[in-house]
Every structure is written in structure tokens, then in C-alpha cells.
Design a protein. Structure first.
Length: 414
């Protein structure tokens, strides 16, 4: 006998694990090559066509690295490509979005106080926004306007701020931050898939044909790679923010996201300057600190209005949880053991906001979070933390039995 909720939780865990692993690989290689590129030195006796070289030591050995601005005179026998880290990071991230936000659209994606959407419409808007934003970004970069990198970055930032505000008018606060991260990741991965890799293949094809590659392909790829460099830190923050109500559960979450993009620029500028040996701009940390203080201040202002979940907007399965045998007992258990923290105004000492924005104060809210209650308090002892409210084993069994009365365990074999 297997609970579908347990199986889906482990599948989600596996995809999240894959996502984190590939993201580490992608970000690590990106940071390394940016630092390497900025640290190259132009020394005498470089091979023809070489732009610079770098000596590095790691793992007990020395590495002598040379970069060709366009391409070497002949294609080497062995050429290592860096692409799968980006592709798998995006695919696994989209898989996470599908499992959490699309399958759980009523709980995580839709906020009736922002827009009264059905789940299919909300999912369609989500997917369409990923595609449309990439197309707009790509076309701006390819236009004459994109020839000036400073002008281009200012326009892209303005569009990001507008996008952040626009998402708050459609989705929940949590989904807003997640989508800004997903949009950023889509731009980054799209740069690799649609621009950087094809341009590199053109250069390789020219070398194989005995032609001299056009340097414009390297210039274009360099521009997109630079964009990825400055977007990396914001995308990490945005993905992590979905676990912190102070970041997403405020009416100023779109401003917080906008400031995070600026912090990504200031932090990366510092490290890029260090790697390029062009100075030690300590002022960037002062600006970053002020920006982060502004973020903390914004998070402390009036939180966004929490949609008061009502049975009239629950889906059919959630309505079954309310009418299932044992629900009244579970309702009383949750109110007695959980709602001191999971409330609009928590009254447990030291808890100022409901953990992860989960409110459990009425029947509809409990039904909407049935799976989470089952996993966190029914079959595991994750909640309450350290069992501070003294939930008894019998109470946990009642929660598990109530959930399983609606979602029947799967049975394999005879």
C-alpha cells in the first residue's frame, strides 16, 4: 500500500535535488569562466590569435589556460562543451513548477484577491509569459538599441520592474516571486540554447571548412554571457524567497524583487572588478547593504491582504476533505496544535508571521492544505516543530486516517 501523497512528495524531492545539483554545476562553471575571462593577461609570445592567458593552481597541479578571442587556427581534437548544466537546470526547474504550481494552482498560483482565475487559465498565463518575455528580450538584444550595453541594461531593468508589478496583479505573492525567478532562468537558459551554443557551432563549422570565423558571433555570445553573469544572484534569491513570507507575502514584494536585481549587479560588479584586477570597489558593498536594509524595511510594512479561503472557491477534492468523516476532530486538532503559529496574527512567542505563509484558522484553509498537514503532522513528526504543542500519536493517526479516507492509498500486487 502506497500513499500517492508520499510518492508525489518523493518525486518532487528527486526533481528538486536534480534541479539544485545541475544549478550548482551551471552557476559554478559560469562563475569560473567569468572570473577566468576577466583575469586573462596579455603577455609576450602568445600564440597567433590568442587573446590572453592565465596560470592557475588547484588540486596539487598547475593549469596553463589560453583564450582565443575568435578561434584557434585549427580545431583541436578534443573540445569540451558546456551546455547540459543549463538545459537540465531549466528542465528540472520547469518540472518543479509543473508539480508544485501547476498541479497545485488553487493553492500556490492563484490569489482570488488579485485575479479570479481558473487553474487552466492561470497555467496558460504562466507559460505564455515565459515565452513572450524571452521573445521580447531576444528581439531587443538583436535590435540596434541593443548595441549599447548600458542603454540595453537600463531598459531591461525597467521592463523587469514592470513585469514584477504585473505579476502581482495576476498571481499570488509566492507565485510572483517564483515567476520572476523562472523568467530570469528562462532568459539565461535561452541565451545558452538559442544564442551562445548556435554561435559557437557556427565558429566550429567555419574552422572545419577551413574558413576564418566572423568575430561577431563571439561578440554576441559574450554579451549574452555577461547578462547571465549579472542575473545569477537574483534568480537564486527569487527561488529561495518562496520559502520566506517576509519576501513574498507583502504588498511591496515587486519592489523587493526589483531591489534584488540591483543587488545582483552591485555584488557581481565587485567580484568582476576583483577578478579583472581593476580595483577593489568596496563602495558596492555599502550600496548592497543599503539596498538590503530597504528590502527588510519594506517587508516590515503592511503585509499583503491574505485571501480568506472560502469553501465556494475550493475544488471538488478539497470539498471532500471538509465533508469527510473525522474532519471535525482534525479541525479541532489543527486549531489546538497548529494555529497558534499558522494564523493571520500568530500568538506563539517569537512567531511574527505564519511559517511559509500557511494560514490554518478555518475549515476551508485546513482542507486546502490537507496534503501538507498529512505529510507534516500525520505520518511524520515534522510539525509541530519539536512537538512544542504536544500533539499526541493518536491525534496524528486521526489526521492520517482523515486524509486517507479521501485519497485512497495505492495498492500493488495481490
Amino acid at each position: 500500500m502506497y500513499d500517492l501523497a508520499i510518492m508525489s512528495e518523493w518525486v518532487e524531492f528527486a526533481v528538486r535535488w536534480l534541479h539544485v545539483i545541475t544549478a550548482i554545476a551551471w552557476i559554478g562553471s559560469s562563475f569560473y569562466f567569468i572570473a577566468l575571462d576577466l583575469g586573462l593577461r596579455q603577455v609576450p609570445d602568445l600564440p597567433k590569435g590568442a587573446h590572453g592567458e592565465e596560470w592557475q593552481v588547484h588540486g596539487g597541479g598547475f593549469y596553463h589556460i589560453q583564450k582565443y578571442l575568435v578561434a584557434p587556427a585549427a580545431l583541436p581534437e578534443h573540445l569540451t562543451w558546456f551546455k547540459w548544466e543549463s538545459y537540465v537546470t531549466w528542465l528540472s526547474g520547469f518540472g518543479m513548477m509543473f508539480m508544485v504550481y501547476y498541479l497545485g494552482a488553487d493553492l500556490y498560483l492563484i490569489d482570488p484577491s488579485a485575479a479570479d482565475l481558473t487553474a487552466p487559465v492561470a497555467v496558460l498565463i504562466s507559460i505564455a509569459s515565459l515565452v513572450v518575455v524571452w521573445v521580447i528580450y531576444d528581439q531587443i538584444c538583436k535590435s540596434k538599441f541593443g548595441d549599447d550595453n548600458t542603454r540595453l541594461m537600463i531598459l531591461l531593468y525597467i521592463l523587469l520592474v514592470a513585469l514584477a508589478y504585473g505579476y502581482t496583479q495576476v498571481f499570488s505573492g509566492r507565485a510572483t516571486m517564483l515567476h520572476l525567478g523562472a523568467i530570469t532562468a528562462t532568459v539565461m537558459s535561452g541565451n545558452v540554447f538559442f544564442i551562445i551554443m548556435p554561435n559557437q557551432r557556427v565558429v566550429v563549422a567555419d574552422l572545419q571548412a577551413g574558413h576564418t570565423p566572423d568575430p561577431k558571433y563571439g561578440k554576441i555570445a559574450k554579451q549574452r554571457s555577461t547578462h547571465n553573469n549579472y542575473l545569477t544572484l537574483p534568480v537564486i534569491f527569487l527561488m529561495l524567497s518562496t520559502h520566506y513570507p517576509l519576501a513574498f507575502a507583502t504588498q511591496y514584494n515587486w519592489i523587493i524583487a526589483s531591489l534584488v536585481f540591483l543587488m545582483g549587479v552591485t555584488i557581481r560588479h565587485y567580484f568582476n572588478s576583483i577578478h579583472a584586477r581593476s580595483g577593489n570597489p568596496h563602495w558596492t558593498w555599502l550600496i548592497t547593504t543599503f539596498l538590503f536594509i530597504a528590502v527588510m524595511w519594506l517587508s516590515s510594512l503592511q503585509p499583503a491582504e491574505q485571501a480568506d479561503t472560502d469553501t465556494t472557491i475550493l475544488n471538488a477534492t478539497q470539498k471532500k476533505f471538509v465533508s469527510a468523516d473525522g474532519f471535525q476532530e482534525v479541525h479541532d486538532i489543527v486549531l489546538g496544535r497548529c494555529s497558534m503559529c499558522h494564523a493571520q496574527e500568530p500568538f506563539y512567542d517569537g512567531i511574527l508571521w505564519a511559517p511559509k505563509g500557511v494560514i490554518l484558522e478555518n475549515e476551508a484553509q485546513i482542507a486546502a492544505h490537507a496534503k501538507q498537514i498529512f505529510l507534516q503532522a500525520g505520518i511524520t513528526h515534522a510539525m509541530p516543530p519539536a512537538n512544542v504543542s504536544y500533539m499526541e500519536d493518536g491525534e496524528r493517526k486521526k489526521i492520517a486516517d482523515w486524509y486517507r479516507s479521501v485519497v485512497k492509498p495505492l495498492s500493488f500486487g495481490s
